[in-house]
Write a protein that binds this ligand. Structure first.
Ligand code: SPV
Ligand code: MG
Length: 292
């Protein structure tokens, strides 16, 4: 697919367009190619999904270099602008700006940093989600902005609602992160309805708002459009589809001692070859290999 002209501009246009846009999760090159084929214009490199695909827990067990490597495969395989889940930055301001620099060098379009301590854990796991204080996290954001400037979209993710501190604390943090140079705010919730997200969106309009309706999935997107929300991230559904699909196929093959039954259920090899552009390799061989 070749490198994108300007993935950062493409992501900025999606997140800051004033029109509701969608980022779809991927976790490796193959899932990224499928996201592209489905017609999505941008991709979320999910920490949860990348960790899960690598067999790690979403608790900063995967190293930042493993994340950068996974992102690079997604960039190459999809040609889409990618917003990368940068977790809490893998340390302090210095680790965060190094991560951002490396992501930029490897083709990412944006990074999302959350205001939690390292090591963080997934927002839906347990109740222990210590936040870092506002000044410390603002320093992390400023360090990333000073290092990557407008070459990387910087999304600041607020975990105050996840940690149980309520709307006022979330709003205070949003103001501070906007002042620190964030391009957009991701407000996260673990509630099964969108009420606290909607309350935040009603109170706060300084920057584009990004949301992740994993637990409050029943709310129709028209409600987000009406609330002026900028971007919806479908954060983990390619990974969860892979789990369900692989489990069903493996169980059936084990039970039937045959692959005949699952053949119509699985993607053909031609399908896989198409997704990964084997046709391009064939025409390159015609061009570059000796004819005899
Ligand atoms: C991820 O996809 O890794 C996220 C979103 O950070 S969540 O899992 O909801 O925390
Ligand atoms: Mg994550």
């Amino acid at each position: 697919l070749g490198p994108l002209d300007n993935p950062t501009k493409m992501l900025r246009d999606l997140v800051c367009s004033g029109k509701l846009s969608f980022l779809m999760e991927a976790h490796d090159g193959l899932s990224a190619a499928i996201v592209k084929q489905a017609g999505f214009k941008g991709l979320w490199a999910s920490g949860l999904s990348i960790s899960s695909a690598l067999g790690y827990r979403d608790a900063n067990e995967a190293s930042w270099t493993e994340v950068v490597d996974a992102v690079e495969r997604m960039v190459d395989a999809s040609g889409l602008p990618i917003l990368v889940d940068g977790e809490s930055g893998f340390g302090n301001f210095n680790n965060a700006r190094l991560l951002a620099t490396k992501l930029l060098q490897h083709g990412a379009a944006g990074v999302c940093l959350e205001d939690k301590a390292f090591p963080k854990r997934n927002s839906f796991v347990g109740n222990r989600h210590p936040l870092v204080d506002i000044d410390e996290f603002s320093g992390r954001l400023r360090a990333v902005k000073d290092t990557t400037g407008n070459d990387l979209v910087l999304v600041a993710r607020i975990e105050a609602l996840i940690a149980g501190y309520g709307l006022d604390e979330a709003l205070r943090r949003a103001d501070a992160y906007a002042d620190a140079g964030a391009d957009a705010i991701l407000i996260h919730s673990r509630k099964t309805d969108a009420d606290e997200i909607m309350a935040f969106a009603k109170e706060w309009q300084k920057l584009p708002i990004v949301i992740v309706p994993t637990k409050y999935y029943r709310t129709p997107v028209s409600a987000y459009r009406d609330a002026g929300i900028s971007t919806v991230i479908w954060a983990n559904h390619a990974m969860r589809a892979a789990v369900a699909g692989m489990r069903a196929v493996c169980a059936r093959i084990a039970a039937e001692e045959s692959v005949a039954g699952v053949e119509p259920e699985v993607a053909t090899l031609e399908d896989v070859f198409g997704l990964l552009r084997y046709d391009e390799l064939a025409s390159a061989e015609d061009r570059y290999l000796p004819k005899h």
